[in-house]
Design a protein around this ligand. Structure first.
Ligand SMILES: [Zn+2]
Length: 377
């Protein structure tokens, strides 16, 4: 998971904002995505298939439009019980998730980030055209408070089933309700750890089927066929796919998450660039500082900024090259000149920014994202 730098405002925001992102080598880890049969090189295999573990890991690359939660939200409100429950959740593979920032679009009565909404609608149109099936969203963006209610209600019902009564926080903290907690975590995340917080996740139904029986729906089979090829085409991936483990809940065939078409395409081709961004300042002009290397470990040849809704920022090219011996030291091929300073113009309304890199003919890939400081923050 990318760890974003915290925003610091050094000047009053005016018409334009300065974005100044400093870098930590290694703050975005090199994500080794296994691409069986492709050797990981562009163009060496026209139809590579990603393993369920590898495809699920793509959501751990930098994501647009989210702000990291500063601390773990309360669950029951009892510190000891919450620490115990969170430890069990993390042992299953649950991770803290960012919360959507900025406006959300409405699709089928549910809220999603705009780019995710657009690509979901396009994917639903395609499944209708190609196999005559529907894709229905049953849940999308969830607030922390909503997720907390969902988790506690499930925990209470599991306590009734397994213990014949509700358990006290003291009992939960002592480990006397671990069976009920684990049965709950098999299907529901604790607050702050759900991908639904990002505004990039959907639970879907199709053909009148939902939950586990969705596997029998032609629409779901279309999504998953050929290594999730159709879903990847629209920038969507399975969230907790069959065959992947250690992700948190048991496999959830109904949940899908958006990473974007370019991110999906570069993952399939095995040529995603990697890099990092860190701290952020805003003022009268815009500057981004970071580092980026392409899939060969050489300096990425193109850089650009992207803000809310996937709009490309003005400015951006070509950027000043900076030496980053710390990055070079960790890689065989990367020379020291992989750091950059990038000037960007962003509208005052922008709420987040990502920097993308590529070396043609590879697709753009996000190397880092950060929320922008808002007035009054
Ligand atoms: Zn879900």
């Amino acid at each position: 998971m990318a760890s974003h730098g915290r925003a610091r405002v050094t000047g009053r925001l005016a018409q334009r904002r300065v974005v100044f992102l400093v870098v930590f080598a290694g703050c975005v880890g090199l994500l080794g995505v296994g691409v069986p049969g492709s050797g990981g090189r562009p163009g060496s295999d026209p139809t590579p298939s990603l393993s369920p573990d590898a495809v699920a890991a793509l959501f751990e690359r930098p994501l647009p439009g989210v702000d990291e939660l500063a601390e773990r939200p309360a669950i029951t409100g009892d510190a000891a019980a919450d620490a115990h429950i969170a430890a069990l959740a993390e042992a299953r593979g649950y991770r803290r998730r960012g919360l959507a920032v900025g406006g959300l679009a409405t699709v089928q009565g549910q809220q999603l980030q705009q780019s995710a909404a657009d690509d979901f609608v396009a994917m639903a149109d395609a499944v209708r055209t190609e196999v005559g099936a529907d894709l229905r969203i049953t849940s999308a963006f969830r607030s922390v408070a909503f997720q907390r209610d969902l988790f506690l209600r499930r925990l209470q019902s599991q306590s009734l089933v397994l213990h014949g009564r509700y358990l006290t926080n003291a009992e939960l903290a002592l480990g006397l309700g671990d069976d009920a907690i684990d049965a709950t975590l098999a299907v529901v995340s604790i607050p702050g750890y759900s991908k639904h917080h990002t505004g990039l996740a959907v639970d879907v139904g199709s053909g009148g089927r939902a939950s586990y029986s969705i596997r029998e729906a032609p629409g779901w089979q279309w999504l998953t066929a050929d290594g999730f090829a159709n879903a990847l085409r629209f920038g969507w991936i399975p969230s907790y796919p069959d065959g992947a483990g250690g992700l948190g809940p048991d496999p959830e065939p109904w949940e899908w998450v958006w990473i974007g078409r370019d991110a999906a395409a570069c993952a399939v081709a095995g040529d995603c660039a990697v890099g990092g961004l860190d701290a952020l300042w805003a003022g009268l002009s815009a500057e981004v500082v970071g580092w980026a290397v392409d899939a060969d470990g050489a300096r990425a040849r193109r850089l650009r900024g992207v803000w809310d809704g996937g709009a490309v920022a003005l400015g951006g090219a070509p950027g000043t090259v900076r030496s980053r011996f710390d990055v070079a030291a960790g890689r065989d091929l990367a020379g020291p000149a992989v750091g950059f300073v990038l000037a960007l113009e962003l509208p005052e309304a922008a709420t987040w920014v990502c920097v993308e890199a590529s070396s043609p003919p590879a697709r753009w890939s996000r190397i880092g994202c950060a929320p922008l400081p808002q007035d009054g923050s």
